[in-house]
Design a protein around this ligand. Structure first.
Ligand code: URA
Length: 435
């Protein structure tokens, strides 16, 4: 008798509901059945909730990850594409204003690595890398396998959409988790991210695990557990993995929104840009180079001498984009000003991300379009003095009727206290986790 006949989804759900450890063959059967439709959405939904409440041990997480990798193809980058260069990648767990992939991929490629970034679109208050790049006129995210390899060979960096064959079980499960309030489970986040990254076939991976109000995980303890789980999964699969826990209480940089974030990324590539975006880009670049065994190259120098910018321009052109074309501008802008005097002591990431989403930068459903030009520009940072009338934010949107709602949300983002109140800020890079 085959496993298909002897197993029932309801027994697997009941086992996890009652806190039992799932057996390897139960996990294999369940993921294969969910991918081919034998296991129904409502059954997987119940199981995801049971996992959220009762967790999974490392053996279950490991097997779950393997089963998701096995649900699709596993890419192997050919030696003639790599030409002796290490393939390294970075993945962020998602945050507000997190445009780091845009300057990082060409920067690391300009230092001699190959960077195959298979990225996603945004959902909810965190933006997606593909949505940001799609603001560049002509740029396309869908590449064929041969196009991807040619670009890696010639340019060294590619940021494109993952093909439908890469961990298809995760694609289905992530969409289900998103609508069933089961995203915030450490075993499910770890297996989701690592199944895609292991299937992608890189030699090394640097994880940017976000912590704070604008991240999925709000506490350092939770973020550390997620980082350790992912680093262990990488080690098991021969993928050298390092994680940085980074602050996401305050948005990264001064922009949240697609075209706005491209503009800020180009400023970084031109040797300028906000200090926190530069700091995190360089910290992640140094980890990627170290993990790829590239020594003696200072990525800050590659920003200064223009080689990272050259690589960016070639990367954008290779995907049909025009790096010199003006970026889309919003139909209208609106400035939100301070009404009291004092020192800005807190700028909360979550309302900023939410406001950008309300203005049209994000989508509520997968099929929704996004506005390329919509978003929020922030003019203040914690520690700065403000007085009545000081510009706090500029809102950009093609649907100005949403300004009021976004402005109301943004009032919650700022805390202004009497001057002299100490402003405490965690370091941008909080902790490093390695095997
Ligand atoms: N990013 C992913 O790819 N998966 C998750 O579960 C969360 C963030």
């Amino acid at each position: 008798m085959t496993a298909e006949v002897t197993m029932r989804a309801v027994d697997v759900i009941r086992a996890k509901r009652d806190g039992q450890v799932l057996a390897d063959d139960q996990i294999d059967w369940l993921i294969a059945g969910y991918t081919d439709g034998t296991v129904a959405e409502e059954q997987m939904s119940a199981l995801a909730m049971a996992i959220l409440f009762n967790g999974m041990c490392q053996q279950e997480i490991s097997r779950w990850t393997e089963a998701m990798i096995a649900s699709g193809e596993r890419i192997r980058l050919p030696a003639e594409t790599l030409r002796g260069r290490p393939a390294v990648d970075k993945h962020s767990t998602g945050g507000v204003g997190d445009k780091i992939t845009l300057p990082l991929a060409p920067l690391v490629a300009s230092c001699g690595a190959v960077v195959p970034q298979l990225a996603g679109r945004g959902l909810g208050h965190t933006g997606g890398t593909l949505d940001k790049l799609a603001a560049i006129p002509g740029w396309r995210s869908a590449l064929t396998g041969p196009e991807l390899l040619r670009q890696l060979d010639e340019v060294g960096a590619v940021i494109c959409a993952a093909t439908g064959d890469l961990a298809p079980a995760d694609r289905k499960l992530y969409a289900l988790r998103d609508v069933t309030a089961t995203v915030e489970s450490i075993p499910l986040i770890a297996s989701s991210i690592m199944s895609k990254k292991i299937a992608e076939g890189t030699d090394g991976l640097v994880l940017d695990v976000k912590v704070g109000s604008g991240a999925f995980l709000k506490s350092v303890d939770q973020a550390r557990e997620l980082a350790r789980t992912m680093v262990a999964l990488g080690a098991e699969h021969g993928l050298r993995t390092v994680a940085l826990l980074t602050d996401m209480d305050t948005p990264l940089g001064q922009t949240a929104g697609n075209a706005l974030e491209v503009r800020e990324s180009v400023e970084v590539l031109a040797g300028g840009g906000p200090a926190d975006v530069v700091e995190l880009t360089l910290a992640l670049a140094r980890e990627m180079l170290a993990i790829g065994g590239i020594t003696g190259i200072d990525p800050a120098e590659r920003l200064r001498d223009g080689s990272a910018m050259d690589c960016w321009r070639r990367m954008i052109r290779a995907q049909g984009g025009d790096p010199d074309a003006p970026l889309p501008a919003a139909v209208e802008t609106h400035v939100v000003r301070a009404s009291t005097a004092g020192t800005l002591t807190r700028l909360d990431a979550y309302p900023v991300g939410l406001a950008a989403w309300i203005l049209g930068a994000g989508r509520a459903r997968r099929e929704d379009p996004v506005q390329a030009a919509a978003g929020v520009e922030t003019h203040v940072r914690p520690g700065l003095p403000v007085r009545p009338g000081t510009p706090l934010f500029t809102l950009h949107s093609d649907t100005p009727e949403r300004f009021d709602q976004a402005a109301t949300v943004l009032r919650e983002a700022v805390t202004i206290e009497p001057t002299g109140v100490p402003v405490e800020r965690p370091p941008l890079v909080i902790e490093r986790v390695s095997a």
